[in-house]
Structures are given as structure tokens and as C-alpha cells.
Design a protein around this ligand. Structure first.
Ligand code: OXD
Ligand code: MN
Length: 595
């Protein structure tokens, strides 16, 4: 399919090492995809679901020991440890290559190596970057066909250039002890072995579009961020775009596909989804604004908790052309189910859990994860174009202009519902101190603060301190920068109940944010930034929220902020001496303002 000698010689080298029986090029055609689905069904790798209820949908189960990203086994292999920094695992490249060579050698014997030419971003656009993933997994091929743009046109666009990201994935023995997700930013290379789980093996996503891309972005003057992108449409038809970064499992997909509350929908407000996980951002030379694209082509969403209330758009998106991973199989009607979908789990005798065993829903205990039918990190891989609220700008070549960048985390007390940073530099600081508290559902230990700068802690492909500096530098190069905000949907009362209704009502907060961007509304200056006047958050039609509730949600608790400052100092110290002096100045200024 190509005469590109850089591509061909690399594939030869990888094939000589992994020794597959045959090599198959993925051309992006529906005929080839269909043949692969049929083959995967014949071997049990996939199960075809009810074509009437879930057309073109499939179920897959991973190995029981292989159900999530493995941060402890994810490496950034730069020539020096300093380049990777203290937050990343590091190994010297030649040492890692030698270790991997042993694991890959002969790993594809008796198997097929698939060659997947793919693009992150619209092929041919200024934003697009190309990759080739070699894998011995049909599941990976079929997921990549959803999550990225795959096909011959990628090779045509690449021509004879060597400018592409090399990715090698081998399932090998799915051996946890020898699982490695490795990145060689200087070599444009990603190597993943002994896993078959999405985030570790769909190399276009976290590995390329965040870790390698963040490295390239710093080198080339753009940004790769763990951000959703959405457009808010006003009754007059204007659309303003927002990007937002939240740590994993804080509801990015739900916010990206938000349905306005009735009162706002009736007035004509709409929300359009451009992306739910990753944004690539560049300065537009014509208007000096920051523009964003979603480099992906689909959603790899968490299934549990997705339902008609939390995210009807996601639910409709995954009603066709979807691969479900590690959910419950309802054998009565050959469909799928997960915790939080509805109150109608398949009856014992008709239910197979994510491990492939009969499942008895009557034994399900919310507090005991081992009783779940679907794995808590079970997923749907679904096409963006099937999303009812997908933005008409999804395939835009130049991206969408970003009015506001929003950071957020799960904080019981510390962060108010929303606040605005004083300027870009302070906003970058606000991103750098982002944090989330663990919930009972997530870990057992409640309220442990995990600092997750810009939601990028597991995804920066170089030194976190240098990443902070890149944010500061970008600010100087954007003539019309977006305003930067922080939100917290998760504030609780003394009994631990959430105060803010969240979900669609989050649009009320986004509207205040966008009003600020337009200079339409005043705010109160506090120690941490600008906080809304309570009256300016629209609570029309909300039964449980009064002006006093909003006042409570917007209060800045100085004592807990002072505690937070100490925690931030420890975290900066952990990142080490690449933390820019400017960030320490911002921290000192915050401390001073807190008094
Ligand atoms: C994801 C994550 O899967 O952030 O998107 O973990
Ligand atoms: Mn993510």
C-alpha cells in the first residue's frame, strides 16, 4: 500500500523480531472490517450482539488481569531521567529497547501482524499527525477503526516522509509482570506489550495523542491536553467553545454531551460535543486566538453510570457500531448491561459477568466491587458521528476558537463551584494545582487528595516542571488568549451529600463563564480568583437550589485553602527543580492573599 522506505524498513525490522505468520495491511474499507469482525467472532474474541437491538455491536472481554491503564508500568524513555522528570517512570532508551526485544522476539509466531495506518486529526489538516500501529490483535484493529481515521489516504498524505509515530503492540502472554507501555519521544516511537486493554493498546489515544503529542507540542509551539471540547449555542445561533480538563472519572464525557435543563432548552440553548477526552490546541495566525481540535474519531467511554439521566447522548451513540468491553452479557436477548444503566439487570441464568461467569444480580452489593456484573472500568468504543449532539465542526480543518479553558476536580470543601483566574499566568498556576479527592466508589480511602496538574499527571511525555513552563510560554504567544476558570461540581454538605445538582445544570455555570469572557458580568475578587456574585448564576427552575445554596457553593474556605497550600508545596517539591520560579511566585502570592 506504500513505497515509503522509512515505513517499509521499520515494518521489516519489527516483523523480523516478532515473527508473525503473515502481515495484513488495514485499508480502512468496510469490507475488510466486516471480514475481521467475522473472524474475531469465529475465534470467540468478539461476540456479535442482537442486530435488531444493537446493530453492528460487539462484546469483548479482556483478560481478568488486564482491565485498566497501568501507570506503574508506563515509561517515558528519554536519554536522561531529568527530561522525563520525577512524575514519570523512566528507563534509559537502550536499556528499555533491550528489555522489550526479549519480550517481543517471536511473540507473533502463529499470529497475524496487522499494519494500521492512522491519522490523529482530519487527514490533510494542519493539526493532523500520522501514525502506524502494528498489532497482533483484531480487537485493537477494530477499535482503532472507530477511534482514529484509518486507511490508504493516511499513507498517501504521509507520502515518502519519515514524519510519523511508530507504534508496536503485541499481546504476548498478557503477563502483568512483563507488561510495558513505553514511549520514546525522541524516536517518535511507542511500544506496548503484554496487554490487550484499550488505554494500553489503542496507541493513538493516550500514548500518541497525549504523551508523544505533548512532547511534540512543546517542541513545535502547540499544546496537547486531556480536555473535552464543547460548543454552547445561544438562542440567536451564536456558538462559543469551551475546553475542559478533569481527572479521569470526573464526568468529562457527561459534560461534553450535556443536555440543557428544560428551562434553558426551551429558550433555545443547545450544547454540541466536539470531543470528550483530548484537545490539540494551536494559535490561529489570523485572529490570534487559540483553536482546538479533537484528534480522535470516536469515544472510549466508561460504561457504568451511563444512563438516560446522566448521559442520554452517550447512550444513543453506543446503540450501533459499538464495541463493548467487559460489560454484562444479557443472554436472554443478546444485549449488554452495566451497573447504573437501569434498574432492570438481566436475571440470574441470563447474565454473564465481565469475567465470563454466570452472574447473579441479587448478590450485587454496591460496596463490594467483586459482586459487579460489569467491570467498573468497562467501556464502549463508539463512533463520534453517531452522537446525536456531535458538533458540525467535528471535522473542521482549522478547529474551533476557544473562549474559555476550564479546569476541575472533585473537592468536597476546598474549591468553590466556579472561579476565574486573574490572567493566563495565574490560570496556568490554577491548572498546576488541580486536585481531586478519592471517593469511596473509587478506592475505599475517602478524601485522599491526588494532585493532577491539568489532569495530565499520567499523560505528560516529559518533565512536569517543563510542561508548566510550556503553559507559561504559550500564554505569551497567544495574542487573544482564552480566559481560564476552575469548577467543582462535587462540593458536599456536612452529611456528605452533593450540594450542586450537576449534569445538565452545569450549563448554568458554563453560561456565567462565557458571560465573563464577553465582559457581560461582574465578579467578586477573592484570594483565589474571581468568584461570581451569587445572583449571576441562573437558578430559574431549580427546586432544591436557592440563592443561599449558591452563596454556600461559592464561599472560599480560607482554612482549607491554607492546608492546600502546604500540600501544593509538597507536590511542587516532588516534581522537583524544573518547576518554574513563576509558579512559586504565584503560590507565594496566593499564600499572601489568604493572609
Ligand atoms: C481515559 C482516562 O480512559 O482518562 O480517558 O483514563
Ligand atoms: Mn481520559
Amino acid at each position: 500500500m506504500t513505497k515509503n522506505v522509512h515505513v517499509l524498513s521499520w515494518i521489516d525490522e519489527m516483523a523480523a523480531m516478532t515473527q508473525p505468520d503473515k502481515i495484513v495491511w488495514i485499508d480502512g474499507t468496510e469490507e475488510q472490517a466486516e471480514a475481521l469482525r467475522a473472524e474475531a467472532c469465529s475465534t470467540g474474541e468478539l461476540t456479535k450482539l442482537n442486530p435488531e437491538l444493537l446493530p453492528n455491536c460487539y462484546l469483548h472481554r479482556t483478560a481478568v488481569n488486564d482491565v485498566a491503564r497501568v501507570e506503574g508500568r508506563t515509561y517515558i524513555c528519554t536519554p536522561t531521567k531529568e527530561e522525563a522528570g520525577n512524575i514519570n517512570n523512566w528507563m534509559e532508551p537502550s536499556e528499555m529497547y533491550a528489555k522489550l526485544k526479549k519480550l517481543y522476539t517471536g511473540s507473533m509466531k502463529g499470529r497475524t501482524m496487522y499494519v494500521i495506518p492512522y491519522s490523529m486529526g482530519v487527514v490533510g489538516s494542519d493539526f493532523a499527525k500520522y501514525g502506524i500501529e502494528l498489532t497482533d490483535s483484531i480487537y485493537v484493529v477494530l477499535n482503532m477503526l472507530i477511534m482514529t481515521r484509518v486507511g490508504v489516504n493516511v499513507l498517501e498524505a504521509l507520502g515518502d516522509s519519515a514524519d510519523y509515530i511508530k507504534g508496536l503492540h503485541a499481546r504476548a502472554d498478557i503477563d502483568e509482570e512483563n507488561r510495558y507501555i513505553t514511549h520514546f519521544p525522541q524516536d517518535n516511537t511507542i511500544m506496548s506489550v503484554n496487554s490487550g486493554y484499550g488505554g494500553n493498546v489503542l496507541l493513538g489515544k493516550k500514548c500518541f495523542a497525549l504523551r508523544i503529542a505533548s512532547y511534540l507540542g512543546r517542541k513545535e509551539g502547540w499544546m496537547a491536553e486531556h480536555m473535552l471540547i464543547l460548543g454552547v449555542e445561544y438562542p440567536n445561533g451564536d456558538i462559543k467553545y469551551v475546553t475542559a480538563a478533569f481527572p479521569s472519572a470526573c464526568g468529562k464525557t457527561n459534560l461534553a454531551m450535556l443536555i440543557p435543563p428544560k428551562m434553558l432548552a426551551d429558550k433555545g440553548y443547545k450544547v454540541w460535543c466536539v470531543g470528550d477526552d483530548i484537545a490539540w490546541l494551536r494559535v490561529n495566525k489570523e485572529d490570534g486566538k487559540l483553536y482546538a481540535v479533537n484528534p480522535e474519531n470516536g469515544f472510549f467511554g466508561v460504561a457504568p453510570g451511563t444512563n438516560e439521566k446522566s448521559n442520554p447522548n452517550a447512550l444513543h451513540t453506543c446503540m450501533r457500531d459499538t464495541i463493548f468491553t467487559n460489560v454484562v452479557h444479557n443472554t436472554e436477548n443478546n444485549t449488554v448491561w452495566w451497573e447504573g444503566l437501569d434498574n432492570n439487570p438481566p436475571k440470574p441464568g441470563n447474565a454473564i459477568d465481565w469475567k465470563g461467569n454466570p452472574w447473579d444480580c441479587t448478590k450485587y452489593d454496591k460496596k463490594d466491587k467483586s459482586t459487579c456484573g460489569a467491570h467498573p472500568n468497562s467501556r464502549f468504543t463508539a463512533l463520534a458521528k453517531n452522537c446525536p449532539c456531535i458538533s458540525s465542526e467535528f471535522n473542521s480543518l482549522k478547529g474551533v476558537p476557544v473562549s474559555a479553558i476550564v479546569f476541575g476536580g472533585r473537592r468536597a470543601k476546598t474549591a468553590p463551584l466556579v472561579y476565574q483566574s486573574f490572567n493566563w499566568q495565574h490560570g496556568a498556576f490554577v491548572g498546576s494545582i488541580m486536585a481531586s479527592e478519592t471517593t469511596a466508589a473509587a478506592s475505599g480511602a475517602v478524601g485522599v487528595v491526588r494532585r493532577d496538574p491539568m489532569a495530565m499527571r499520567p499523560f505528560v511525555g516529559y518533565n512536569m516542571g517543563d510542561y508548566f513552563q510550556h503553559w507559561l510560554d504559550m500564554g505569551k504567544n497567544i495574542p487573544n488568549p482564552p480566559a481560564i476558570f476552575h469548577v467543582n461540581w462535587f462540593r458536599t454538605d456536612d452529611e456528605g451529600h452533593f450540594i450542586w445538582p450537576g449534569f445538565g445544570d452545569n450549563l448554568r455555570v458554563l453560561l456565567w463563564i462565557l458571560d465573563r469572557c464577553e465582559g457581560k458580568v461582574d465578579a467578586v475578587e477573592t484570594a483565589i480568583g474571581y468568584v461570581p456574585n451569587a445572583e449571576d448564576i441562573n437558578i430559574e427552575g431549580l427546586s432544591d437550589v436557592t440563592l443561599d445554596t449558591i452563596k454556600e457553593l461559592l464561599s472560599v474556605d480560607t482554612a482549607s485553602w491554607k492546608e492546600d497550600v502546604e500540600n501544593i508545596k509538597e507536590f511542587y517539591a516532588l516534581i522537583g527543580d524544573h518547576v518554574p520560579a513563576t509558579m512559586y511566585e504565584e503560590l507565594a502570592a496566593l499564600e499572601k492573599r489568604l493572609g
